[in-house]
Ligand binder design. Structure first.
Ligand code: SF4
Ligand code: SF4
Length: 361
């Protein structure tokens, strides 16, 4: 089963999370000012990450997964990354696999993709190539010599892989922070002119960044940027469901701005129910922002659904609903659109209009 049928099954009939964010390591070779995971990155050596045999047990207890995002630290620093992806695909039926990367480790990215892409031709792999700066500014931001050169080498390597493996797509992830707010459109234009096949994806800095000043951004400037991008930046059709994902991105931007402007809930959040985060040490949280642990998977026989059913977890979910919890985290709001009748109907109607428009023009 795959494609649209599986989306419907996972949306309406599955007991498993729709969207799982799975951290494979807390180790990173960069040191971004806006990094929200920094406290764990500095302690990566003392964090006992889940071993492959433990991860296999987790995957065997999930029947169906729509979206798997592998996160870190730098995910490609995890030696067994290809094996971990394959376990989620074979055992948990993961349909979409997204891996964000800072793009520096070209050889590791290549060797991982060369294993998973031919092994799983029906699965959509998306690499989120972090591009928060261009040129030497990226070297400075990452604190890595020649980072931008390597980043561009990774882009070229993946462009070449895409010719052979159509199940690979790439986007350029641009975290909007106080450091690039004044030249964000230069970055967007660089991506459009030099990184063919990559959608520039802007997301607002979130959580507790390594340097708090990263969050000194103006809502009005962010809104202007989003609306410029919506009107002027062409959407690239680079993967399955691309039209849907492109429309969802504009909706998520609108939700972000409304949430920031009103400091209130714009869309009910399904974190803790339909979206879960599993950190490298097995701790489970409803999302990346709330400091409310639901438990450690090692204490629940590696069964995510058992953790989600405990009274403590149910109380966290109730609190999220009761307090009308709100934030601008794009992954959560993408997932929330799928589970909101109002927003998913609006999305379906926009899609139909677009298809009709394409038909008659
Ligand atoms: S933002 Fe990503 S690349 Fe930068 S330090 Fe954090 S984990 Fe590493
Ligand atoms: S609204 Fe944001 S902070 Fe609140 S539960 Fe959802 S994802 Fe977490």
């Amino acid at each position: 089963m795959g494609g649209f049928t599986q989306v419907i099954r996972n949306r309406f009939f599955s007991k498993d999370p729709f969207f799982l964010i799975f951290y494979v390591t807390a180790r990173c070779n960069a040191r971004c000012n806006f990094c929200y995971y920094w406290d764990n990155i500095v302690e990566w050596r003392s964090r006992k990450h889940l071993e492959v045999d433990e991860i296999e047990k987790i995957t065997r207890k999930i029947q169906s997964l729509q979206q798997l995002t592998i996160s870190g630290g730098e995910p490609f620093l995890r030696e067994e990354l290809a094996e971990i992806c394959s376990m989620f695909i074979k055992n948990s039926n993961a349909q979409f696999v997204t891996i964000p990367t800072n793009g520096v480790l070209t050889k590791k990215i290549k060797s991982t993709l060369e294993k998973v892409l031919p092994a799983h031709p029906d699965v959509n792999f998306r690499i989120g190539l972090s591009t928060p700066e261009i040129g030497e500014k990226l070297d400075d931001l990452y604190g890595v010599k020649n980072a931008f050169e390597q980043h561009q080498e990774s882009y070229r390597m993946m462009t070449s892989l895409r010719k052979k493996f159509p199940n690979l797509s790439m986007d350029a992830g641009i975290v909007y922070s106080s450091y690039n707010a004044d030249h964000i459109l230069d970055i967007v234009n660089y991506v459009l002119e030099n990184m063919e096949g990559c959608n520039p994806i802007i997301s607002a800095v979130r959580g507790k960044p390594r340097l708090a000043e990263s969050k000194d951004i103006s809502i009005d400037d962010l809104e202007r940027t989003y609306s410029y991008v919506k009107k002027n930046v062409p959407k690239i059709n680079n993967r399955a469901f691309a039209n849907t994902m492109n429309l969802m991105r504009d909706m998520v931007h609108e939700i972000t701005v409304k949430t920031m402007q009103g400091n209130q809930m714009v869309i009910p959040c399904k974190a803790g129910e339909k979206l879960l985060v599993v950190y490298d040490n097995g701790d489970i949280y409803p999302c990346e922002l709330l400091e409310k642990p639901m438990g450690n998977i090692r204490d629940f026989d590696y069964d995510l659904n058992r953790v989600a059913k405990t009274q403590a977890s149910q109380e966290i979910v109730k609190e999220i609903v009761d307090t009308k919890c709100h934030c601008t985290w794009e992954c959560a709001n993408n997932n929330n659109i799928v589970f909101s009748n109002k927003y998913s109907l609006s999305l379906a109607s926009k899609l139909l209009k677009r298809q009709f428009h394409e038909l008659v023009n």
